[in-house]
Design a protein around this ligand. Structure first.
Ligand SMILES: O=C(O)c1ccccc1N[C@@H]1O[C@H](COP(=O)(O)O)[C@@H](O)[C@H]1O
Length: 209
């Protein structure tokens, strides 16, 4: 299973979280977020990481050339689209950056919105489900209704996100079996400052300790 820890802002924390067992790290490329990091900061963080770890840039409704520039400077291996990007937008990014893994996040308010996933699967590599929040784009700490996801079986692998924490991860994984999990505020002291003890506890829970 992929385990992504998102909202990394510091090289030392990125390296430690990779050593603790994360196989993907996320960088928030959304200027309005308190977890925002620019391309140079991402470059500095990623220089401390093992080559095997996925480096995922999180964008919201960003133009394709800006994304391409951050990918290049920051050394990203994947792009997560967390805004209102259309299937055509995803395809345009895929055409511009064919070597980059593409993840489309869907912020789910009502169960029927899961049907959108089928439209996106041909254009992306992964899906990601996050909880909807009226004022915030992400990093909200809000959980999805996990029972309602039990029949969610898209044609592409998917990440479960939204309000996951060391103390609820086992319950979530008992109900559903996503291909990856994605945590941000649930392993933080303050936005952008990760709680390394909480990250350690997360891996202990996942690994059944
Ligand atoms: O974390 C942010 O600040 C953020 C801002 C804009 C778009 C996405 C953002 N984060 C994403 O939110 C989810 C998880 O959040 P949480 O665990 O509920 O705090 C994750 O996919 C992040 O990539």
């Amino acid at each position: 299973m992929r385990v992504k820890i998102c909202g990394i802002t510091r090289p030392d924390q990125g390296a430690t979280i990779a050593a603790l067992g994360a196989n993907a790290l996320g960088f928030i490329c959304v200027q309005q977020s308190p977890r925002f990091v620019d391309a140079i900061q991402i470059q500095q963080i990623q220089q401390q990481l093992p080559p095997s770890i996925a480096r995922i840039g999180v964008f919201m409704d960003t133009d394709v050339e800006t994304i391409a520039q951050v990918v290049k400077i920051g050394g990203l291996t994947a792009v997560q689209l967390h805004g209102g990007e259309s299937v055509e937008d995803c395809q345009a990014i895929r055409d511009r950056l064919p070597q980059i893994e593409l993840i489309k996040a869907l912020r789910i308010r009502r169960t029927w919105e899961l049907e959108m996933a089928a439209d996106y699967t041909p254009a992306v590599d992964w899906l990601l489900l996050d909880a909807y929040h009226p004022e915030m784009g992400g990093g909200t700490g809000k959980t999805l209704n996990w029972e309602s996801l039990q029949s969610f079986k898209p044609d592409k692998p998917w990440f479960l996100a939204g309000g996951l924490r060391p103390d609820n991860i086992k319950q979530a994984l008992k109900l559903i079996q996503p291909d990856g999990i994605d945590l941000s505020s649930g392993v933080e002291i303050t936005p952008g400052e990760k709680d390394l003890v909480a990250v350690q506890s997360l891996f202990a829970h996942i690994n059944g300790a």
